[in-house]
Design a protein around this ligand. Structure first.
Ligand SMILES: C[S@@+](CC[C@H](N)C(=O)[O-])C[C@H]1O[C@@H](n2cnc3c(N)ncnc32)[C@H](O)[C@@H]1O
Length: 332
């Protein structure tokens, strides 16, 4: 069980009523709290939770429209996202209890200060390298619409400015990542057909490709519901069409692709996870059509080349700059 869930269960008597667990991990917590419901924006956690607790799990960027008497937020990595989620929960909890749980190395101590906007926060427990905080919501805020928190910026690309709309918690919120910037400089001569932007974030790569190769069909995929919404907003801001899918890993992607394009993930929360990218590389040969191409950017220290060679039999390092490499491999 997630250590944060274990800390909650040390105080299980507080959580026996109708509780909303926001950012719920995909563990057995719901089995221990029979009246609780889960809200997650992570497609993989949602799929796992739904399998075990059908009817008790909600997915998306908005707090679910189900009644709840108290709520607990599992602290996300992004401070802006935590602020949005706490506001959304507190706006539904006037006079009632809001809890926050998180790992010390995830910044729970500092994040708990965000509870001061609603009342007087109290630390209830500290164990398993985590802390549990509580506030009675005396000052219930008005819910902030998510779009009011969007960061909008423009990229000066050779074919004209691209408007990017990013949302709290989305990778590289409000600015262009250096790795993504390098890949944007190396998008020449892509095969035409169906392009996948894997781990699309705010949709920078997918939108750029759709504009540059308008004949191509573009699919953008991300595990994070906030990234999915941001990508849709980015496409719309540029008058572009594309399919945006919420899904966990390459198994959620369409088949018979001409191009896989990615600045792949390797961090989730405070932990490092290579599983999604290892799967992407290993299965690329199955979902690319013959002659299809995978083009990736990655930190130079990540040893992806042998994995790509094992999957596709070739891998060219097309560029290297500022600690990043561009890899290109063709399915023969
Ligand atoms: C390094 S970011 C790149 C974002 C965007 N393509 C860019 O270049 O700005 C990686 C993205 O992969 C997403 N991601 C992480 N794990 C994933 C998974 N299992 N399946 C799909 N997307 C995932 C993250 O949410 C994040 O948006």
């Amino acid at each position: 069980m997630d250590p944060r869930s274990e800390v909650l269960l040390r105080q299980a008597e507080l959580f026996q009523g109708s509780l909303l667990i926001a950012g719920a991990p995909a563990d057995g917590l719901l089995a221990e709290l029979p009246q609780a419901q889960a809200w997650t924006w992570h497609a993989g956690d949602q799929a796992q939770l739904l399998g075990r607790f059908p009817g008790r799990c909600h997915h998306g960027v908005d707090a679910p429209q189900v009644p709840f008497d108290s709520a607990v937020l599992f602290l996300p990595k992004s401070r802006e996202l935590a602020a949005y989620l706490l506001n959304a929960l507190a706006s539904r909890l006037a006079g009632r209890e809001l809890y926050l749980v998180g790992e010390k190395r995830g910044g729970i101590e500092g994040a708990a200060k965000q509870l001061q906007a609603f009342g007087k926060p109290r630390k209830l427990d500290s164990a398993r390298h985590c802390q549990l905080w509580q506030v009675t919501v005396d000052n219930a805020p008005v819910a902030q619409p998510l779009e009011s928190l969007a960061e909008r910026f423009e990229l000066a690309l050779p074919d004209g400015p691209l408007h990017v709309v990013s949302l709290p918690g989305v990778f590289s919120h409000g600015r262009l990542d250096k790795g993504t910037a390098l890949l944007l400089d190396h998008l020449q001569n892509l095969p035409s057909g169906h392009v996948l932007d894997f781990g699309c974030g705010a949709g920078v790569l997918g939108a750029t490709v759709k504009r540059r190769y308008p004949q191509s069909q573009v699919t953008l995929l991300d595990v994070d519901a906030f990234a999915v919404v941001a990508s849709r907003l980015t496409l719309a801001a540029n008058g572009l069409e594309g399919e945006v899918i919420s899904g966990d890993g390459i198994d959620a992607a369409p088949q018979d692709l001409s191009v896989i394009l990615s600045n792949p993930p390797f961090h989730t929360g405070v932990h490092t996870h290579y599983q999604a990218v290892e799967d992407l590389l290993a299965k690329s040969g199955k979902i690319l059509r013959k002659g299809g191409e995978m083009r990736l950017v990655a930190n130079s220290f990540l040893r992806y080349k042998p994995l790509i060679e094992a999957a596709l039999g070739n891998c060219e390092t097309r560029a290297e700059a500022q600690g990043f490499k561009i890899y290109r491999a063709i399915r023969g």
